[in-house]
Ligand binder design. Structure first.
Ligand SMILES: NC(=O)c1ccc[n+]([C@@H]2O[C@H](COP(=O)([O-])OP(=O)(O)OC[C@H]3O[C@@H](n4cnc5c(N)ncnc54)[C@H](O)[C@@H]3O)[C@@H](O)[C@H]2O)c1
Length: 662
């Protein structure tokens, strides 16, 4: 059977042979056993409804075993035999180029080189699912291969509900993930309803088919480190950034520190992970001895080196040792997995990695105590450094939240709404005011030919567009423009492409539109193949998340989710090829609502019309909300947008004098 035939077949009429469990693959951990015996029957009944009744007796014991063993029914038997990767768009079967683009993006999210747990259909973040089981995948691909540009596929948390008649300017796919009645949005609700097979955690770009591997994280982290140094008025060169974690997201920190040009010390307790990052070249040196680390860092500071050093051990020891040895830390943060503190996200100090793992499994209460004790020590050591001038920021990993719950000294003595903690989050001080408020966010594109030459051409086009724009850019955004030009010039050199031929580039509404228009022109004239546009949900308008993306909103509205919902609705009727809206992503189920889009550029005048209409809205929606919250940069940016587009009329805030309120 050819690849096209396999896609068109959907769920096979004749059962494929059961597949052995491949132990060399990185599998998802066993999920919490949460269903009652009756609920387990319901989960099985739900799973079997994808299959003809004559197969039920065969599949039932198999699915039952999966549920017992892994806590979920993945339907491993139905994993396709063809290789999973983003192919040239022309290799997909179908009647709609837009649908083919979506198939390509789905396959990229499940590529073994890209996905964290490919057999469990998890792209990243431990539970970021594209689908909940393989039947959903097979059925979705079949629908996409059949649909025309007069239909829309509705995706209910991984389940393809079906094709509905629509029209050619409608999205081809509408995705919702994890949308719950608010009172049923606690972590255990996810465990239960996911095990029943009726919802899933889409993270951000996992369930919306827009993940592009580590490149996105490296770029975002580079921007944060660069702007962190600007915030304190220092050059990165010769100055020190101390942080921890070399995992999925956190592993980008030393690479980003090197691109930014500073000295990075990143602690990691797990030797395996440290080895991987070293071999990958994302860290230059590994040191296990604290005295050796001190000597090495002093030398790097003296010689103004650009170097990244992994300390194989606990981060708390680094903060404490650097205090007693009077090593000045310029920038400090932390990216241990504190959204998950009791199950391996954060390791206690004074205990070996192996002993800690054992304690976690056998003495969970003692482990919890040790974690909280370490968090108090961690905060105490950071406080000593910040008293000497270190700038510390929370990196969206719930460090301050968990430290506060452990009774650590991290609370602001004079809290105001949004400034409860002693230290800011990276969005409050860096990403929000310097990027999001001006509309700069993680725009991205994928060359649908999957030809690296196309990517190079698009890099050049984007660079030319920005170089032209910077000549007339206002002073307020000159720095952002320069950073983006520097990134895109060096993008090929950084060799961060994994999976599809994709590029991330922070840009504002005008930059995104101009770049997209230039791509569409190049497609029209045959210089490059079709291009898919998208973005991370972690952006100006896509995400309402009170402790992260919208943490620099201080009018009380950061606990609302109107912006993200408005955004996805607005994108859907302004020309997006697909849209998505998710509960959860990064900070947890029930803690964030986030959405995104994908748009195929095919060189047609319709594509030009769509990109202009949708990208303008997709960025300016969030700027208008940030401006209404009285954020200065956003007030500037939305006024500029109104000057450029007479049809835009946004309500501006009047600023009350603080003296009057005294
Ligand atoms: N800033 C952002 O843009 C952003 C985005 C997404 C997620 N996050 C958050 O960042 C955190 C990290 O994400 P990740 O994907 O890298 O997680 P991860 O679990 O893959 O990596 C965290 C690493 O920290 C190590 N670690 C734990 N405790 C330690 C200690 N005391 N000392 C030294 N090392 C220790 C672990 O061994 C692990 O390798 C998560 O909480 C995540 O939600 C941040």
């Amino acid at each position: 059977m050819t690849f096209k035939e396999a896609i068109q077949q959907g769920i096979p009429a004749i059962l494929p042979a059961p597949k052995p469990y491949e132990s060399e693959i990185n599998h998802a951990p066993k999920r919490k056993e949460i269903l009652t015996e009756e609920e387990k029957k319901l989960a099985l009944k739900n799973a079997l409804r994808y299959f003809e009744p004559q197969h039920h007796a065969t599949l039932l014991p198999e699915f039952k075993e999966e549920l017992e063993k892994y806590g979920r029914i993945y339907m491993y038997r139905f994993r396709p035999d063809y290789k999973m990767y983003a192919r040239d768009i022309n290799e997909y079967p179908g009647n709609s180029l837009q649908a083919k683009a979506i198939m390509m993006m789905i396959q990229n999210n499940l590529d073994y080189a890209v996905a964290q747990h490919p057999h469990e259909l998890i792209t990243y973040g431990g539970n970021g699912a594209v689908f909940s089981n393989w039947a959903q995948y097979l059925l979705t691909m079949k629908y996409l291969s059949e649909m025309t540009d007069e239909q829309t596929l509705t995706m209910y948390s991984g389940h393809p509900m079906g094709l509905f008649p629509s029209h050619k300017n409608a999205p081809r796919v509408v995705v919702t993930n994890g949308m719950m009645i608010p009172n049923y949005s606690k972590p255990d609700d996810w465990e239960k309803f996911n095990a029943l097979g009726v919802t899933q955690y889409g993270q951000m770009t996992a369930g919306s088919y827009m993940y592009i591997g580590p490149q996105g994280i490296v770029h975002g982290t580079t921007i944060t480190v660069l702007n962190g140094f600007r915030k304190i008025g220092k050059e990165p060169k010769g100055n020190l950034f101390v942080t921890s974690g070399l995992g999925g997201m956190s592993g980008a920190q030393p690479k980003a520190g090197t691109i930014a040009g500073c000295i990075t010390v990143c602690a990691e307790v797990n030797p395996k992970i440290t080895k991987i990052r070293h071999e990958q070249g994302w860290i230059h040196e590994v040191i296990q001895d604290l005295d050796e680390l001190v000597t090495r860092v002093k030398k790097a500071q003296e010689n103004k080196e650009v170097v990244s050093i992994a300390y194989l051990g606990n981060i708390v020891d680094v903060w404490e040792k650097f205090d007693t040895e009077s090593i000045h830390i310029d920038l400090g943060s932390d990216q241990t997995s504190l959204h998950n503190p009791w199950a391996g996200g954060y390791y206690p100090a004074g205990i070996s990695f192996e002993d800690a793992n054992e304690m976690m499994a056998n003495q969970p209460e003692l482990f919890k105590e040790k974690v909280q004790e370490t968090l108090r020590l961690h905060a105490e050591a950071i406080n000593k450094h910040t008293a000497k001038g270190t700038y510390f920021f929370d990196y969206g990993n719930a460090f301050l939240l968990e430290a506060s719950r452990a009774g650590a000294d991290v609370m602001n003595p004079n809290p105001t709404l949004g400034r409860e903690f002693k230290y800011p989050s990276y969005v409050q001080d860096i990403m929000g005011p310097m990027c999001f408020d001006y509309g700069f966010g993680p725009f991205r594109w994928v060359c649908a030919s999957n030809n690296p030459e196309d990517l190079q051409k698009t890099d050049n086009i984007a660079c030319q567009v920005l170089e032209e724009m910077i000549k007339t850019s206002p002073e307020e955004i000159q720095q952002q423009m320069k950073d983006n030009i520097q990134w895109i010039r060096g993008a090929q050199e950084n060799k961060l492409v994994v999976g599809s031929q994709a590029r991330i580039l922070y840009a504002d509404a005008e930059g995104r539109t101009n770049i997209a228009k230039a791509f569409n022109d190049a497609i029209k004239s045959g210089k490059i193949g079709p291009v898919v546009l998208g973005r991370d949900h972690h952006d100006v308008s896509g995400t309402d998340s009170p402790y992260r993306e919208t943490s620099n909103i201080y009018d009380g509205s950061r606990f609302t989710a109107d912006m993200a919902i408005q955004n996805v609705i607005g994108d859907s009727f302004r020309g997006a090829t697909w849209v998505s809206i998710h509960n959860g992503g990064g900070v947890g189920w029930g803690e964030v609502i986030n959405g995104g889009f994908g748009m195929l550029l095919d060189g047609t005048p319709e594509a030009e019309q769509r990109l202009k209409s949708m990208l303008f809205w997709d960025v300016n929606n969030g700027i208008s909300r940030r401006s209404w919250a009285r954020n200065e940069g956003a007030i500037f940016a939305i006024q500029r947008a109104m000057e450029a587009e007479p049809l835009l009329k946004v309500t501006l805030p009047n600023i009350v004098s603080d003296d009057l309120l005294m």
